[in-house]
Design a protein around this ligand. Sequence first.
Ligand SMILES: Nc1ncnc2c1ncn2[C@@H]1O[C@H](COP(=O)(O)OP(=O)(O)OP(=O)(O)O)[C@@H](O)[C@H]1O
Length: 205
Amino acid sequence: MELTAVLTIEQLNFNHPARALFRNFDLQLGTGVTWLRGENGAGKTTLLKLAGGALDAHGGSIRLDGIDIVQQPLAYRLQAFYCGGDLPQLPWLTVRELLDLHLSLYPATDAALLDAQVQALHLGGALEQPLTTLSLGQHKKVQLALALALPVRLLLIDEPFNGLDADAMACLRRQLADPARLARQCIVLTSHLEPELPLACTLQL
Ligand SMILES: Nc1ncnc2c1ncn2[C@@H]1O[C@H](COP(=O)(O)OP(=O)(O)OP(=O)(O)O)[C@@H](O)[C@H]1O
């Protein structure tokens, strides 16, 4: 069956100062989960950040359902979410304030759905805490609650299972295997271990 591309990367070029990473790199991904694999330093996080708009490419194009990341940056960002391990931006906010901020940034988000994700990940008790006081696992859960609730077409998740307790891991695995989600979203995740999910594609860097 022919792939209907959601994410299209053409002739991508990107170097870190001391490391050439992508040279004329092409990629087309459709809906469902893509497992991005590769040894440490292969460029997995960098590729997620490029596709999420957190880094600017040095050449080539990145399009999401035909929306070009350079020509229509806001339209692109409304349809993409990068869930990484970076420590929080705006560290003076509480968890609730960060979630509310995202409800404004992504106005099509269903607030009740976001609240349901917060409850499912047992974050309800942490809502009034400043982001700086969260444990690493709680920080990861806040990012994942957003990732699972925002109505984006492209979800980029760096090492989704790292640092999660058993309940949260099962909750995440259930949702990333939900056929309705897999039919509507292009999900790219990195993992050094087999993700134990139904996969649309495996990509080795
Ligand atoms: N800000 C930066 N400045 C300079 N070099 C960087 C920067 N970020 C990453 N690199 C380098 O780019 C390469 C790719 O890094 P990246 O984090 O994308 O790899 P990765 O495949 O995600 O690795 P891991 O499996 O260890 O998480 C590495 O060699 C890294 O040292």
